[in-house]
Design a protein around this ligand. Structure first.
Ligand code: ATP
Ligand code: LTN
Length: 329
């Protein structure tokens, strides 16, 4: 037993992990590992809410687990596992779905965005997926959920679901809090700085992959969309340059003022070149560890088996209580 607060967070194996995932989520998980008791989950059942290729999913899951370890998730201090290896996630998701009003799900902005133009043929899973996400969190009685800005609404829904469940069936779940770090919580696409950087957006110059080679990283930044003005300043009305400066800020640790001063009299070309080098340098040790880890597939297999075992213990305990509370035992 430990008196540390418990953390849960998840990441979808829906494509190549990118700089937004790192700055908005993974980096903070790694930094706070000592402070909390941690559960980190590769949420494969969330990646199947949109059309996908099974072979690619299998590859993406292993790639993502290796990337997380390479980024610094330490399996001695954190439980790292794959969602579908712990069947309690889907069991609890169903029980929570039955306790979630339709209106709560229809209000979710991610559902509205991702279902656009699909009419009634949209997958039901895309609508009900926040109940699965609530199950992920509540199963581990997590108090803290560190996420990027886009997931705040879903964590708040998990809070509402937990509160409603507790009042209907008696105290069963810890009500979780979202934790969103200010700078880096919303990295924008390089090709369109009005859209969040995302794994599932097509376009060669949209996202910087955590496994991209330095040359590719430089090229992507050199193509980043900015504007026709000259000065390099943080400005909400100029999302392109603000996005580049924000990425710089997180990685360099410089303040806004120091950064603006640094680029006085310089052009976008200078900023992009410096940023490309800074990002490549930050990713180099991650890529090196990734290469070492994936050299021996058995290392990853062992991590996955151990993670599922540890997660199952806590998930099993919660499910016992939930089944009792709901009259299913
Ligand atoms: P998809 O494009 O398939 O929806 P994604 O990359 O947007 O995937 P996830 O992999 O599910 O999202 O997200 C994992 C974590 O990364 C979440 O905490 C999410 O908030 C965070 N995250 C995702 N995109 C960004 C971004 N552009 N900026 C900051 N954080 C992000
Ligand atoms: N829905 C999230 C991923 C996710 C998650 C979670 C995040 C699934 N389950 C539990 C935090 C906690 C997304 O789309 N980024």
């Amino acid at each position: 037993m430990t008196d540390k607060l418990r953390v849960f967070s998840g990441i979808k194996p829906s494509g190549d992990p990118h700089l937004g995932n790192y700055l908005g989520a993974i980096r903070n998980w790694v930094a706070d590992q000592e402070r909390y008791e941690n559960f980190f989950c590769v949420v494969d059942q969330h990646a199947i809410t949109v059309p996908y290729d099974p072979e690619e999913l299998r590859r993406n899951v292993r790639q993502l687990v290796a990337v997380l370890v390479a980024c610094g998730i330490d399996t001695e201090r954190s439980v790292l596992f794959v969602q579908s290896h712990v069947p309690e996630h889907t069991e609890l998701a169903w029980l929570l779905t039955c306790n979630t009003p339709l209106g709560w799900l229809q209000r979710m902005t991610q559902f509205k965005d991702k279902s656009v133009g699909q009419g009634e043929s949209v997958g039901t899973g895309l609508l009900t997926y926040p109940a699965l996400m609530a199950a992920d969190i509540l199963l581990y009685q997590a108090a803290v959920v560190p996420v990027g800005d886009d997931q705040k609404q879903h964590v708040e829904l998990a809070r509402d679901i937990a509160g409603r469940f507790n009042s209907l069936y008696g105290e069963t779940f810890v009500v979780p809090e979202p934790v969103i770090r200010g700078v880096g919580a919303r990295v924008m696409g390089l090709d369109d700085p009005t859209r969040k950087m995302s794994k599932s957006v097509a376009g060669q110059f949209h996202a910087v992959g955590l496994l991209d080679e330095p040359k590719v990283i430089q090229k992507k930044f050199s193509r980043a969309v900015t504007d026709s003005q000259q000065e390099i300043l943080f400005d909400d009305n100029r999302p392109g340059v603000t996005n580049l400066l924000t990425i710089h800020q997180v990685l360099s640790g410089l303040t806004k003022e120091e950064l603006e001063a640094r680029f006085v009299g310089k052009g976008y070309g200078d900023l992009k070149k410096e940023l490309g080098a800074l990002v490549a340098e930050a990713l180099a040790p991650i890529q090196q560890r990734y290469a070492e880890l994936t050299d021996d597939p058995q290392v990853l297999d062992r991590i996955l088996v151990a993670g599922a075992e540890q997660a199952s213990v806590v998930a099993g305990q919660t499910m016992e209580r939930v089944r009792q509370s709901m009259g299913l035992r």
